[in-house]
Design a binder for this molecule. Structure first.
Ligand SMILES: [Fe+2]
Ligand SMILES: [Fe+2]
Length: 175
């Protein structure tokens, strides 16, 4: 877990989006969805593209997985983390805080403002971005199955879930 965070911060500092990435986004997302994708911070965009790559690898040979749905899910699962929401400094502070004080979750509150509000907002987004992502996607007219899977992506797996959601969780952990 800790090593994964270090890897994430490292990757975030070296995030680059290529033309191939832009083409992928264009071919799998409609305009409203693309707007949500590009409204994320660059490191989150980069993370989602990495999740697409891992998810595709995990899906090789799986006849039960619908590739288009899987790719859309990977691209859109974190759109609740919007640009300007959480600075890199806040994010690092929050990850450390979470490590030192697991009860920090209760401290989260939506709304930016001064330093303290921004820190509380960072905590809120960190723990609640899945519901926020789902809300934004529903408002953009996304299919219900996708909205539901996004809402559940940090929850414990349950029987009867779509296989694409299981693969998303695995791919998310690898990025
Ligand atoms: Fe997430
Ligand atoms: Fe993610």
């Amino acid at each position: 877990m800790w090593q994964q965070r270090v890897r994430q911060v490292w990757a975030a500092l070296h995030a680059v989006i290529t033309d191939a990435d832009r083409e992928l986004v264009q071919s799998y997302l409609n305009e409203a969805e693309q707007a949500l994708f590009w409204a994320m911070n660059l490191p989150d965009q980069y993370h989602c593209l990495g999740v697409v790559r891992s998810a595709r690898q995990l899906a090789v040979g799986r006849a039960d997985v619908e590739e288009r749905f899987l790719i859309r899910l990977a691209l859109l699962h974190d759109v609740g983390k919007k640009k300007g929401d959480v600075s890199t400094k806040d994010k690092i502070a929050m990850v450390l805080l979470h490590r030192l004080a697991p009860g920090v979750r209760k401290w989260g509150r939506e709304g930016r403002g001064g330093k303290v509000s921004n820190a509380r907002h960072a905590i809120h987004v960190y723990f609640h971005h899945q519901e926020r992502s789902a809300r934004l996607l529903a408002a953009a007219g996304c299919e219900a199955a996708l909205v539901e899977a996004v809402k559940r992506h940090h929850k414990a797996p349950e029987a009867g879930e779509p296989p694409e959601l299981t693969l998303l969780r695995q791919a998310d952990d690898l990025n």
